[in-house]
Design a protein around this ligand. Sequence first.
Ligand SMILES: [Zn+2]
Length: 346
Amino acid sequence: MDQAETVRTPSSWVVVGLDNGGTCNNATVLDATGQFLVNNLVENPSRVLDGPESAVEALADAFANILELTSTPLSLVRAVGLDTPGPASAHGVISSKGATNFNQVSWHGFDIRGALETRLGMPVVYNNDGNAAALYAHHQHFGADAAAHSSVAAIVGTGLGGGVVEAGQVVRGAAGMAGELGHVQIPLHGVLEDGQPVPQCNCGFAGDVESIASLTGIRNNLLPYWLTRFPDHPLASEPIATAAKALRGYGEKEDALAIAVFGQQAKAIGKLFTIAANFTDPSAYFLGGGVVEAAPHFRQWFLNTVRENTDLRDEQKAVATFALVPDRDMAGARGAAVAALKTVGG
Ligand SMILES: [Zn+2]
């Protein structure tokens, strides 16, 4: 695709959104009228494995690159939205125990938001990546009515991320740990088979949503169990990590083993959404992650299975929506930009 066709120049002041990942930063620009200036993924190396100093420079490079690509003068930029994987505080201080992408000791307790703010010399607004994607889904879905609605988003990836949005704002919590939907423990009745071991999560909990509805959950819990039920399956001879990644392709072909695994994931998310229905009674339930990129018939089946397993009262059914989080790879950067725009007066 010719980038010139997918990039616009700004007609007003703007904010920049930067999504920090394990290998790449993704950047976007959002103008004051709510229009994104780039329609495609714009990535630069994130250099997080080289430590905080290199990573902050890489974010500054991504910032400079997206301004150049969109012909945006620096003087038009009012703020930057930044998102990273967690766990981190609500203000962008990486966990004192480190995190999956930030395992060097120099990252532990590092204030990535503050460091980028100092480096760029302008306000930086922080969200974790799940919350950023949840915010983007909410604003994309409700548009001008965003402030009048609430939503919950579950993003299925290596883990289970997401967020809770109330009246158009991310619910952050006292310690910045609200919306950790992956570690909500759910009733397992109707999800697991008789005799199936209770799935274990890396966080130490048993039977939380991430222990089932994540790539890690497939690899550590669901696939090892289901391969005992389908011992002649072609994936039985693959290393478990390879087999877990290959499973979605089998799901798209309606393979019985894959449908059993993804069916359990959808049921687990339905149980989570049932809890959400009784907590915040949201207007919308969003589902994101790799499933969004799956073949349309498969992702629709998955979303329908989530919906069928979400116990709503009739009054709730009449007003609630179930939808996929759009623009999977760009949702983090776009949500970070939305948060920055709201902060500086959008
Ligand atoms: Zn957990």
